[in-house]
Design a protein around this ligand. Structure first.
Ligand code: G6P
Length: 369
């Protein structure tokens, strides 16, 4: 096992550090930026299904569901296709309206999650076209799907999902870009800008990982917290949810993720000097609005740990701690902003002597209801 960990203390840390490579492996052979091509056989062979779809329904559980939420923003924003994201466990039992004009995307690292598998079977029965985004080759969900695209994250051993999440977002981004191009909703220059920017993401993830030492220091300050709040807007709202989930899963600290602007409808009542608030405040996407949310937290004495774009001055003046990530296109920011939040949870869990790779009560793959 020590050999498999490749010199890292835990599988989770190894997998966090594998993300630049995993993301690259996921777009390698698919993204041909210089030729302006995205090659994905599962889409090419079924393009009509996607182009004629009334909507895309995404079903998943856990972290994969968060990747689905990011995909909702990507598909609607870039490809202009309506998307609904559902917890597989709710979808399968709520007698959903599904027709043969629906495309259902199932996202699952393991490809074995019982609820997601059942949701697929239901959608197929009703005539929907089912597309699987799985990591494990030949898994049940991959086999049950009509078509699909694998994430090439490699085996994920840590129960808390990390590289599966970022590679799922990578696949879903490639899909959305491909569909945007096919629908003609993207200008050539915008399309090209996305393709070339996507190729810079692995090195930008490397850069984000360089904050590890700073993050360890911040983790030490907040490791004894009993509650934490995570806030983000737009593309980074699902990242806030995922940040909170990671902390809950491995450190057993209660954490909630919220859309920053919803704070005033409840969580703001919780804020005092004992409440750390992790805020994703990158330059693109509602930056000024997030800054005013930060001011609201500050005036209530909440502790602010902000994830900001490199070189940011405004939030630095307000926050107790800032962690920088490189600049990128707004829709690609989740691939970067999620990295410091993974590292934070990891270090806090280690400092609390928690079993990082196998947290209590959790399973890597939930194959029963
Ligand atoms: C379990 C795991 C999570 C995972 C979820 C969905 O709860 O602990 O890390 O996100 O299942 O798993 P899947 O394999 O379908 O992505």
């Amino acid at each position: 096992e020590e050999i498999e960990k490749g010199g890292y203390d835990h599988f989770m840390l190894k997998e966090i550090y594998e993300q630049p490579r995993a993301i690259k492996d996921t777009y390698r052979g698919r993204l041909l930026a210089d030729q302006g091509i995205i090659r994905m056989a599962g889409i090419d062979l079924n393009m009509e299904k996607f182009l004629n779809a009334n909507r895309i329904i995404i079903v998943a559980c856990g972290t994969s569901w968060h990747a689905g939420l990011v995909a909702e923003y990507i598909f609607e924003d870039l490809a202009r296709i309506p998307v609904e994201v559902e917890y597989a466990s709710e979808f399968r039992y709520r007698n959903p309206v599904i027709t043969d004009k629906d495309v259902l995307i199932a996202i699952s690292q393991s490809g074995e999650t019982a609820d997601t598998l059942a949701a697929i079977k239901l959608a197929k029965e009703k005539g929907a076209f089912v597309f699987g985004v799985c990591n494990v080759v030949g898994s049940s969900i991959a086999r049950e799907s009509d078509a699909g695209a694998y994430t090439h994250a490699g085996p994920e051993i840590g129960v808390a999902s990390t590289k599966a999440f970022t590679t799922q977002i990578t696949v879903l981004t490639l899909m959305a870009l491909k569909l945007a191009k096919a629908k003609g909703v993207f200008s050539e220059s915008r399309y090209h800008e996305y393709l070339t920017e996507l190729e810079t993401i692995p090195s930008k993830v490397e850069k984000a990982l360089e904050s590890n030492t700073l993050i360890e220091i911040i983790a030490d300050v907040y490791k004894d917290s009993t509650n934490c709040l995570y806030l983000g807007r737009g593309y980074n709202f699902p990242v806030a949810l995922e940040g909170a989930l990671k902390l809950k899963e491995i450190s057993y600290i209660h954490a909630e993720g919220y859309p920053a602007a919803e704070m005033k409808h409840g969580p703001i009542a919780l804020i005092d000097e004992h409440m750390p608030v992790f805020v994703i405040a990158t330059k693109k996407g509602h930056y000024e609005k997030v800054v005013s949310n930060i001011q609201e937290i500050k005036s209530r004495k909440g502790k602010i740990i902000a994830i900001v774009t490199e070189g940011d001055e405004q939030v630095r003046d307000l926050a107790d701690h800032v962690i920088e990530v490189p600049e990128t296109l707004e829709s690609l920011t989740p691939l970067l902003t999620t990295i410091p939040l993974q590292l934070l949870s990891y270090h806090i869990a280690v400092m609390r002597n928690c079993n990082v790779d196998q947290p209590r009560n959790l399973a890597k793959s939930v194959t029963v209801e």
